[in-house]
Design a protein. Sequence first.
Length: 392
Amino acid sequence: MTAQMLSGVRVVDLTTVVFGPYATQTLADLGADVIKVEQPGGDMYRYAGKAAVTPGMGPAQMNLNRGKRSIVLDLKSADDAATMRELISFADIFIHNVRSDAIARLGFAPEAARALNPGLIYIHCVGFGSGGPYEDLQAYDDVIQAATGTTSLAGRVDGDGGARYLPSLLADKVAGLLGAQAALAAYVHKLRTGQGQFVEVPMFEGFAQFMLVEHFGGLVFDPPNAPVCYSRQIDPDRQPFPTKDGFVSIVPYTLPSLPIAFAVLGDRAFIERSEFANPMLIAANMGLLYRRIAELTPARTSAEWVELFAAARIPCMAARDIGDILEDPHLQAAGFFRRRTHPTEGGYFDLRPPVQYSAYQPAEPRPAPLVNEHGADVRVELERLKAARDAQ
């Protein structure tokens, strides 16, 4: 097995918060040498959550920046800007989330960076893509959830017309995955052609595409033939079902599974009613189906339902509190939570990359760096690389 799938790929990472760092975390997990360039004081997201020992080593930082090396550069300083130019000249990928006008003032616009390194893959993580009226606006996850209409979905479910954020940095993380995908695609293209390129990864367009996979609904057609949204997803009765001691998720999603599921629930006659005679009628009467399940599930505990539905091969899981996930037996058996000891922060858990490869075993990740932890090492490396280049 290869030790590192992206061994030898050098990434200069000038991103902050979650969008860009999540993209580069994915590359680091695959073995790329990710050099995290931080402003004095470090990435502001280092301070999200309570650190165990060192300020700037918050819980998100411990996983989001694992495998990376940190160097602090003040790009308004002539000396540090020169160091950044050298870093870019030896990089395969340069990725940042600085606004276009600001990165140009610093001297690292796409044309300037690729003049230093014609084969460079230059990735710009932006809130809104170029060419539209929003292109110069700043964006955070909340803003993108609002702009894509995602905040309206809870109000549609509850029927109150309200607007609420999903309680997750979902737009940031989806865009981060797109950034990693874009970097890998551009790198494959470079291997085939020898050409670098400029790549723009917009959070707004990326998250809009993600959300509209199902919620475009009848607007797909011109003229529309049905309302927006996937009706099953916004059905107010689509909720975890109450049990004797909690809640469960039960999904008898296919037509053959419905009579089996209702036999387990103890009311097979219900699904034999005329309202469920064919798939179109079932889709139209999902609320009725959900309400009947909710009337039946309080008869047993969550564990009992999980066992019964597993035996019937119907998807069913207990609806747990997110704080209980560390105890999940499947994730424990799969080695998903790995206990580590950080050189300065002590014991902590990191999260195993979820994708498994038959021909690749990831190396042990470098622990998340302190601010500027590798600054001296990176500078020494640059001098060695410059000497080798000058000797050619």
